[in-house]
Ligand binder design. Structure first.
Ligand SMILES: [Fe+2]
Length: 196
C-alpha cells in the first residue's frame, strides 16, 4: 500500500499560490489512490486473456506506469519546494559546472527544456554516462531513461501554473527556481553518486 506523503512547506511559496498548491496536492493524492487500486486489481486480473490490442492486464499495466509515475514525480517536486532558491553548493555545483559550463547555462537549458516539454523536466544523474542531463517528459510515464536518477523534477503541466500565470510558463519556472530547496537536491545527488 502506498501512503500519501505530507509536505510541510509547500503552502507558503512566493510566486506560487496556496490555491495552486492545494489543488496540485489533490492531484498527487489521486495518483496515490489510483496506484493502490491498480496494484490491488493486478492480483486477481485474468492473465489468460492477456492481449496486446486490448486486455485488462494490458490496461492495468499501462496505467500503473502512469499512476506510479505521477506519484514519484510529484514526490520529488513537492519534496524540494519550500526553500530559498539561489544555487547549490558542494559536489552538485561542481558537477553542474563540469557538465553544463556554469549554473546559469544549466538553468537556461532547464527552462528551455521546460518550454519544449508537455509534462516534466527532470535533472538526472545518468550513471551510465556519468553526468547530469536535463531529460524531457511528455507525461507521467513517457521518456524516463534507465539508470538515470532524477534529483530535480520541474512540473510543466498547465495545472502547475495556470491559476497563477495563465500561459506564462516561463514566469512560473522562475518562481519554481526561486522556491527550490537546494539542500534536498544536493542530498539526493550525494546519495546517487555514493550508492549504485
Ligand atoms: Fe503535477
Amino acid at each position: 500500500m502506498l501512503e500519501v506523503k505530507k509536505f510541510n512547506s509547500i503552502r507558503q511559496l512566493p510566486g506560487i499560490s496556496e490555491r495552486t498548491m492545494t489543488e496540485h496536492y489533490k492531484l498527487y493524492e489521486g495518483y496515490v489512490k489510483k496506484s493502490n487500486e491498480i496494484i490491488e486489481k493486478l492480483v486477481n486480473v485474468d492473465r489468460e486473456s492477456a492481449n496486446q490490442i486490448f486486455s485488462d492486464l494490458r490496461s492495468l499495466k499501462v496505467d500503473l506506469s502512469f499512476a506510479l509515475g505521477g506519484v514519484k514525480n510529484h514526490e520529488i517536486y513537492f519534496g524540494h519546494l519550500g526553500g530559498q532558491g539561489g544555487r547549490p553548493s558542494g559536489p552538485l555545483m561542481v558537477q553542474i559546472e563540469k557538465d553544463f559550463g556554469s549554473f546559469e547555462a544549466w538553468s537556461a537549458e532547464l527552462k528551455s527544456t521546460g518550454m519544449a516539454a508537455r509534462g516534466w523536466v527532470w535533472l538526472c544523474f545518468d550513471r551510465d554516462l556519468n553526468r547530469l542531463i536535463n531529460y524531457l517528459g511528455d507525461a507521467q510515464n513517457t521518456f524516463p531513461i534507465w539508470n538515470a536518477v532524477p534529483i530535480l523534477a520541474l512540473d510543466v503541466y498547465e495545472h502547475a501554473y495556470f491559476i497563477d500565470y495563465g500561459v506564462k510558463r516561463a514566469d512560473y519556472m522562475e518562481a519554481f527556481l526561486n522556491n527550490l530547496d537546494w539542500s534536498v537536491v544536493e542530498n539526493d545527488f550525494n546519495k546517487t553518486i555514493t550508492t549504485k
